[in-house]
Design a protein around this ligand. Structure first.
Ligand SMILES: [Zn+2]
Length: 216
C-alpha cells in the first residue's frame, strides 16, 4: 500500500509515518533522507548533490525524481512506500504519476494532517532538544519536567532557524506550493483530511481507521 503523508512543517508527519512504517511494514521515503544517503554513498549523483547543498541551493526536481525512481523501481519496496514530504509541488506530482504507472503500482491514499497556523507556529518555535540525551520537548505543549526528563533544563537548546519569522515563511511557502497538489488528489478522490491538532495516539487511530477501510 503506497501512502502519501501530507502536512505543514510541525504537523507531526515524522512521528505518524514512523508508526505506519512499523505497523504496516512500509518503506519510508523522505527526500531529505534520500539526499543524505546519496551524498554518503559518494556516487556521481551524490557528489553533485553535495556541491548543490554546500552552496545553499535547492536540489532540482529532476534530481529528486531520479532518487524516487531508484526506490520505485526496486522490487523489494514494491507497493509499500510511504512518502513523507513528497511530492511537494505540482511538477513532482506529475512525475510521480508517471513513475507509479511505469512500475505498475498504485497510490492508495493521501493523508493530509491539518493543523491551524497558531498551533504550528508554537510547535516550531517551542521545539527544544536536549543534546545530552537526545530527547525533544516543546515549551508550550510538552515541556521538560522532573518526571519525563532527568537532565538539567539548562542543557535544552533551540534550533537557530526555529523562530517566528522563518516559521511563518516556511508555512507560507508550504501553503502556496501544496494547494494545487492537494486539489489534484482531491479530484482523484484519494485525499483524506485528518485533524492533526489532537494527541498523537488519537491521530494515529484515525489514520489506521482510514487505511483499514481501504483494505476491506
Ligand atoms: Zn536530556
Amino acid at each position: 500500500m503506497n501512502i502519501i503523508l501530507f502536512g505543514p512543517p510541525g504537523a507531526g508527519k515524522g512521528t505518524q509515518s514512523d508508526n505506519l512504517v512499523r505497523d504496516l511494514n512500509l518503506y519510508k521515503i523522505s527526500t531529505g533522507d534520500l539526499l543524505r544517503e546519496e551524498v554518503k554513498k559518494k556516487s556521481v549523483l551524490g557528489v553533485k548533490i553535495k556541491s548543490i547543498l554546500d552552496q545553499g541551493l535547492l536540489v532540482s526536481d529532476d534530481i529528486i525524481n531520479d532518487l524516487i525512481e531508484n526506490i520505485l523501481s526496486n522490487k523489494n519496496y514494491f507497493n509499500r512506500s510511504i512518502f513523507d514530504g513528497y511530492p511537494r509541488n505540482f511538477n513532482q506530482v506529475k512525475h510521480l504519476d508517471i513513475l507509479i504507472k511505469k512500475y505498475n503500482q498504485k497510490i492508495y491514499c493521501v493523508l493530509n494532517l491539518k493543523v491551524n497556523q497558531d498551533v504550528i507556529i508554537k510547535r516550531i518555535i517551542g521545539r527544544q532538544v536536549c543534546p545530552k540525551c537526545g530527547l525533544t520537548f516543546n515549551e508550550f505543549f510538552n515541556p521538560s519536567t522532573k518526571e519525563n526528563h532527568h537532565c538539567d533544563v539548562k542543557f535544552l537548546q533551540k534550533r537557530s532557524d526555529d523562530n517566528e519569522k522563518t516559521a511563518k515563511n516556511r508555512l507560507e511557502t508550504y501553503t502556496k506550493e501544496t494547494l494545487p497538489v492537494l486539489d489534484y488528489y482531491k479530484n482523484q478522490k484519494i485525499l483524506y483530511e485528518i485533524d492533526g491538532t489532537g494527541h498523537i495516539p488519537e491521530i494515529y487511530k484515525e489514520i489506521r481507521e482510514i487505511i483499514h477501510s481501504l483494505e476491506t
